[in-house]
Design a protein around this ligand. Structure first.
Ligand code: URA
Length: 223
């Protein structure tokens, strides 16, 4: 087992409690096992820094650490909020938007995933208020669509119309309220919005409100 003080510091960084509390927990035998197989109160330890979480976000939860109302972090174990380095959502989904949301604690990875330079595709399923008119796909693919108040046109985005008022939209940027503003620019209004894919990941049957850890292979695929 790691030297007790070092282990207490490590556990504190994982959010299990203060260093003092962790030193006491170790003394009381709450930490068992060796090396990679350490347990706290009989449960395997949370992953070390570098973990990535994939959540199916429900509507009504805000992507913020301190806001009014319900927060996406409430859907994770409370100690995840106390980790060092801190866990952050990879960009944001609006409170009303559902679907795939990643969380990461590696600053470089977060930066890379959020950066427009990454051009990672993100696919959204939208329901709009008025019937789609047929011109939207060309408008979104044009590379010339300008959102109100912005100076740079949007990169081309791909729209697949799936019904009279439903469509799948794949974008490679992540501007503020981008999908809602794109449909507004096309004279429509988004009523429901769901993110079905982020880069190589889909929800794969993960129920709403649930989350899972990405595997080491999945994390490596983002490098
Ligand atoms: N675009 C939006 O308008 N809202 C989201 O939540 C995500 C993308």
């Amino acid at each position: 087992m790691k030297e007790a003080r070092q282990l207490a510091k490590y556990l504190a960084h994982l959010g299990y409690g203060s260093r003092k509390e962790m030193e006491a927990a170790i003394r009381r035998g709450r930490v068992t096992g060796e090396g990679d197989d350490l347990c706290f109160d009989g449960e395997p330890l949370d992953p070390p820094p570098g973990m990535v979480i994939l959540m199916n976000k429900p509507a009504g939860f805000t992507c913020s650490r301190n806001d009014q109302g319900r927060l996406v972090y409430e859907l994770l174990p409370p100690r995840f909020m106390l980790r060092t380095p801190p866990l952050s959502s990879v960009g944001r989904l609006d409170a009303d938007t559902t679907g795939l949301l990643l969380f990461a604690d590696d600053g470089k990875l977060l930066h890379r995933l959020i950066s427009p330079k990454s051009e990672l595709p993100k696919t959204y399923e939208a329901t709009v208020a008025r019937p789609l008119e047929g011109h939207e796909a060309d408008l979104f693919a044009s590379g010339t669509l300008m959102l109100r108040g912005e100076e740079k046109p949007l990169l081309p985005a791909q729209l697949e119309v799936t019904g009279e008022r439903t469509a799948r939209l794949t974008i490679t940027e992540g501007r503020y309220h981008q999908v809602r503003r794109m449909f507004a620019a096309a004279g429509n209004h988004v009523e429901t919005l769901h993110r079905a894919a982020f880069g190589p990941f889909t929800l794969g049957g993960l129920p709403e409100g649930e989350w899972r850890l990405l595997t080491d292979e999945e994390v490596a695929s983002l490098a």
